[in-house]
Design a binder for this molecule. Structure first.
Ligand code: MBD
Ligand code: FE
Length: 285
C-alpha cells in the first residue's frame, strides 16, 4: 500500500502524537524538584473529585467497567495527547498566561513539530505545488508590549484544506504547511499560505467513542497555529481563527478567544489578506 492509499486513522495519528510528545526532553525534568506535599495535594484532589462524582451520580459497576475499558483504549490508541489537549489544556493555558499584558495565546494542541524549515521574513509556507485552498497573505510584526519591534521567529503550522496535518496523517510531505519565519530588526513578517479547513478530531478512536456516546460533536473551527519567540521575551503560543466559522462558538477544545479571530480582507484576485501582529511580554526573572 502506498502512502497515498493509506487512510487517516485515530490510532495512527494518536501513535504519531504520542511519539512526538516523548521525543522532546523528558517532561518529568521540569518538575523533578516538586515537593511531595504538592504532588499529594493535587493527586488527592483529582482522585477525590472522581469519588465525589461517583457518589453524587451513583455510578454503577457497569459504568465503572466501561470507564476502565475506555481509559485502556485511550492509551492503546495513543490518544492521551489528543484527549488532554482537547479537554484539559485550555485551563492550564488560562492559568499560565493570566498575568500577561501582551497578545493573547491559546493551546498548543498535539500536532506541533519543532525545527520546521526556515524561510526568512517574507516567504511562502512549505506546501505542495497544487496545494488546495484559498490563498492567504499574512502581514504582521513581532513587538514587545510597548511596541518596540523585535527580531524573533514565528513558527506556523496548520491543517490542509482537508483538515489534515503533515506528520500526523499519511501521504503528506514531511513539512507540508509547517515553517519558521525569522524577522529582522523591524520585527516584520509576510507569509503566504492557504486557508485551512475546519478540523474534526478522529472519530474512529477512543476520543471519538466518547464524543459519540455523549452526543457531542468533534469539530474545531479552522485555525492557524503559531509559536512566537524573541530573545528576552516570553514565548507566545496561539491559534488564529476565521470569522463566521460555525465552530468558533462551540470549539470542542474550548480554545477560541475573541482576540484571536482574524479580519481577513478579500483581495481583487480572490485571495484573502490578514494583518495580525504579536506583542510579547518580557521574560520573567
Ligand atoms: C487540533 O488540530 C488541535 O489544534 C487541538 C488543540 C486538538 C486537536 C486537534
Ligand atoms: Fe490544530
Amino acid at each position: 500500500m502506498s502512502a497515498a492509499d493509506e487512510t487517516a486513522t485515530a490510532a495512527a495519528s494518536g501513535a504519531a502524537a504520542t511519539e512526538r510528545f516523548h521525543h522532546d526532553k523528558s517532561p518529568y525534568d521540569a518538575v523533578k524538584d516538586t515537593p511531595k506535599e504538592r504532588v499529594d495535594l493535587l493527586a488527592r484532589e483529582v482522585i477525590g473529585a472522581i469519588h465525589e462524582t461517583i457518589r453524587k451520580h451513583q455510578v454503577t459497576y457497569d459504568e465503572y467497567n466501561a470507564l476502565k475499558a475506555w481509559l485502556i483504549q485511550v492509551g492503546a490508541d495513543g490518544e492521551w495527547p489528543l484527549f488532554l489537549d482537547v479537554w484539559v489544556e485550555h485551563v492550564v493555558e488560562d492559568v499560565a498566561t493570566a498575568d500577561r499584558k501582551g497578545s493573547k495565546g491559546s493551546i498548543e494542541g498535539p500536532y506541533y513539530a519543532p525545527n520546521a524549515p526556515e524561510r526568512g521574513a517574507d516567504a511562502e509556507l512549505p506546501m505542495r505545488e497544487d496545494e488546495a485552498g484559498t490563498p492567504l497573505l499574512w502581514e504582521g510584526a513581532i513587538t514587545s508590549v510597548d511596541g518596540t519591534p523585535l527580531a524573533g521567529t514565528v513558527e506556523l503550522w496548520h491543517a490542509d484544506s482537508d483538515g489534515f496535518y503533515s506528520q500526523f496523517a499519511p501521504g503528506l510531505p514531511e513539512w507540508n504547511l509547517r515553517g519558521t519565519f525569522t524577522t529582522g530588526e523591524d520585527g516584520k513578517f509576510r507569509i503566504r499560505t492557504i486557508q485551512p479547513a475546519p478540523y474534526q478530531i478522529p472519530t474512529d478512536g477512543a476520543c471519538g467513542k466518547l464524543i459519540a456516546a455523549a452526543g457531542w460533536h468533534a469539530w474545531r473551527p479552522a485555525h492557524l497555529h503559531v509559536k512566537v519567540s524573541a530573545p528576552g521575551h516570553q514565548q507566545l503560543i496561539a491559534q488564529l481563527y476565521f470569522p463566521g466559522d460555525p465552530h468558533n462558538d462551540d470549539d470542542i477544545a474550548s480554545a477560541v478567544k475573541p482576540e484571536l479571530i482574524l479580519s481577513p480582507v478579500t483581495q481583487a484576485d480572490g485571495s484573502a489578506k490578514i494583518d495580525y501582529s504579536f506583542a510579547l511580554d518580557p521574560q520573567e526573572d
